[in-house]
Design a protein around this ligand. Structure first.
Ligand code: PLP
Length: 367
């Protein structure tokens, strides 16, 4: 008996290449795009280990947990790392990047997370890119949580290594990911004796054996199911239009912020300024006398399917995440989250106005 997920014809090199090209269009780039056969941590780590080494001075911008991870990889590679950390309720500014270059003109690598689903902030990449370009540093960007939710203009912003995964706003699979690689980034890797070779983390192996070889023969068996899912997800975005997908996320975020403010009970948006809030997910600060994990657990008793989570690690007691991305990027889902959080706050003995929150969510989403 044939099975729809199992008995598939082989995925051809031509089809694999065409999926790469479609991802490149989504990233507004003419650079090489390498699809990596694993979750986004694979190209995130591979790109750092390939491009950074003992000669590197890296400015590592920390606006959430991923920035911390990148700093650790950079140090692993022997790079000198200058961490620029900002409070998780804000974004970094281009001015702060400018100041870092003034203080350390030797910086030749900048790592930045565009939007952080885990903290709910988004950084002004266009302005930062201008500063990075002016100083000639290599620009590495984690766009996993921004692609599909807000513009990612890889070439226009001068991004040398732009990493995406499909599992957030694209509403796709988590098991494949991609990285765009500029000519400058390839040159940096080629000159780096520590760049992984004959390794799962090696981007240079893919360049040599796939991209430069004309993309006619795959070096290894492709992750076929994930590639088909990635193709389907890009196709769906092309069909409804990237703009419409981004608008849906922006409306959900606006609804979540307006609704949370109107709900009362001491709940408030974690990221204070609207302009610094990521469209992919909205983080909320729990009232000081309530525990975020407990509120989330109670809210999920109402409806276990709601995309609610407590913050990770040290944020678990104070942060509530409304993960309104992918199929959950709708005002209705956000309204469901607000109603359930309202119930949880009321159970805690706090005064809330759920009707006002639902109204504000709908009105807020239209602005
Ligand atoms: C979600 C996300 C990733 C992917 O990592 P997971 O831990 O597997 O979810 C990477 N970077 C950012 C900024 C993300 O939001």
């Amino acid at each position: 008996m044939t099975h729809p997920l199992l008995d598939l014809p082989p995925l051809s090199a031509a089809r694999f290449a065409s999926i790469e090209d479609r991802v490149a269009r989504l990233l507004s780039t003419e650079q090489d795009v390498v699809i990596t056969q694993g979750e986004a941590l694979l190209p995130l780590e591979g790109a750092i280990r390939s491009a950074a080494g003992p000669g590197t001075t890296a400015l590592n911008v920390v606006t959430g947990p991923y920035g911390q991870t990148f700093g650790n990889w950079l140090r692993d590679c022997g790079a000198r790392v200058i961490d620029l950390a900002v409070p998780f309720h804000t974004a970094v500014t281009a001015e702060q990047i400018r100041e870092a270059f003034t203080e350390h003109p030797e910086i030749d690598f900048v790592s930045l997370v565009h939007a952080e689903a885990a903290t709910g902030n988004t950084n002004p990449v266009a302005e930062i890119g201008e500063v990075v370009r002016r100083h000639g540093a290599l620009f590495y960007l984690d766009a996993v949580a921004s692609v599909g939710a807000e513009p990612v203009l890889t070439d226009a912003w001068g991004v040398d290594l732009c990493v995406i995964g499909a599992q957030k706003a694209m509403g796709g699979p988590a098991g494949v990911s991609a990285v765009s690689v500029s000519g400058r980034a390839w040159a940096r890797m080629a000159a780096n004796p520590g760049a992984p070779r004959r390794s799962y983390l090696s981007l240079l192996d893919w360049k040599e054996r796939w991209t430069d070889a004309g993309r006619t023969a795959l070096p290894h068996a492709p992750a076929q199911l994930e590639m088909l899912a990635l193709e389907a997800c890009v196709e769906r975005i092309e069909k409804v239009g990237l703009r419409a997908v981004m608008d849906r996320h922006a409306a959900a975020a606006a609804a979540a912020r307006a609704g949370a403010r109107a709900l009362g009970g001491g709940l408030e948006p974690y990221v204070r300024r609207d302009a610094e809030a990521a469209p992919v997910a909205t983080t909320l600060r729990a009232p000081s006398d309530a525990d975020a994990s407990e509120l989330v657990a109670w809210a999920l008793e109402t409806d276990p399917g709601l995309p609610l989570a407590a913050g990770g690690g040290a944020l678990a007691s104070e942060m509530i995440r409304v993960n309104h991305y992918g199929a959950d990027a709708t005002v209705d889902v956000v309204r469901g989250c607000l109603a359930a959080l309202g119930d949880a706050l009321a159970r805690k003995g706090l005064t809330v106005d759920v009707d006002a929150a639902l109204r504000a969510a709908t009105e807020g989403s239209r602005r």
